[in-house]
Write a protein that binds this ligand. Structure first.
Ligand SMILES: Nc1ncnc2c1ncn2[C@@H]1O[C@H](COP(=O)(O)OP(=O)(O)OP(=O)(O)O)[C@@H](O)[C@H]1O
Ligand SMILES: [Mg+2]
Length: 220
């Protein structure tokens, strides 16, 4: 019964109602989602966190995706069966948003946000086992994809995240398992990092959702 009302989320003494129940369907209210994101963001990342006016559009798109509003997602060119590739300049808030948005849908299967470079460090230490570990049916968000170093295990080089993306593509085809990622790179840069085979599969694996090129660095 825990998720009989998944649109009502309790944080400490406060309950946030993200919408209303109409029959068996939840009608989410975007303004209420923003109130929750603001509050939960402060809890997770500190009191400096806030919802920036210039981010409203991307927050709207991500909300539609996470609440699984198929029709509106389609209008924005997003396919609910695919994962998200959240792109944007350094410090605009990609990692924070991927950690935050899963909190608005506690009834959905969670994903772990893992820095891509940590996966490569794991490979350097333990070898190909690591690639197998990320080819399982769990959901992941590979953070900071494209800027991780090349893997080297016992002198043998490996494009670790490229290999993992190939495995995740197979999982997507065979089991509809979604994979998410964040990146600073654009499509061309990803292609030159991973090659056209991986890039072509990434187009099928991910919906591309981008911050505007001039989005400010929130670390400043
Ligand atoms: N909406 C926000 N309000 C205030 N601070 C924020 C907001 N979003 C992110 N931050 C802060 O800005 C910094 C950068 O955020 P984050 O790491 O999510 O960005 P990023 O886009 O993933 O950066 P990078 O490209 O370097 O990986 C963090 O310290 C984070 O806590
Ligand atoms: Mg990041």
């Amino acid at each position: 019964m825990k998720y009989s009302a998944p649109h009502i989320i309790t944080e400490g003494a406060i309950s946030y109602e993200l919408g209303v129940l109409k029959g068996r369907e939840i009608q989410y209210d975007f303004d209420k989602i923003l109130v929750y994101l603001d509050a939960k963001g402060k809890l997770l990342f500190g009191k400096k966190f806030r919802v920036y006016r210039e981010d409203r559009e991307i927050l709207y798109k991500l909300s539609l995706y996470f609440i699984r509003d198929r029709d509106r997602c389609k209008q924005f060119g997003m396919d609910l069966d695919k994962g998200l590739l959240l792109s944007g300049p350094v410090g605009c808030g990609k990692t924070s948003l991927m950690k935050l948005f899963k909190c608005i849908v506690p009834h959905q299967r969670p994903y772990s946000v893992i820095p891509s470079r940590n996966i490569v460090f794991g490979f350097n230490h333990l070898g190909y086992k690591i690639i197998g570990d990320y080819g399982n049916t769990q959901s992941f968000c590979f953070d900071d994809l494209g800027v991780e170093p090349e893997g080297v295990h016992f002198g043998k080089e490996c494009n670790v995240m490229g290999e993992i993306l190939l495995s995740r593509y197979e999982l997507f085809l065979d089991h509809k398992i979604r994979t998410h990622a964040t990146t600073n790179l654009n499509a061309q840069e990803l292609e030159s990092r991973y090659g056209s085979r991986v890039r072509s599969r990434m187009r099928e694996l991910f919906n591309l959702v981008g911050f505007k090129a001039g989005s400010k660095d929130k670390r400043c």
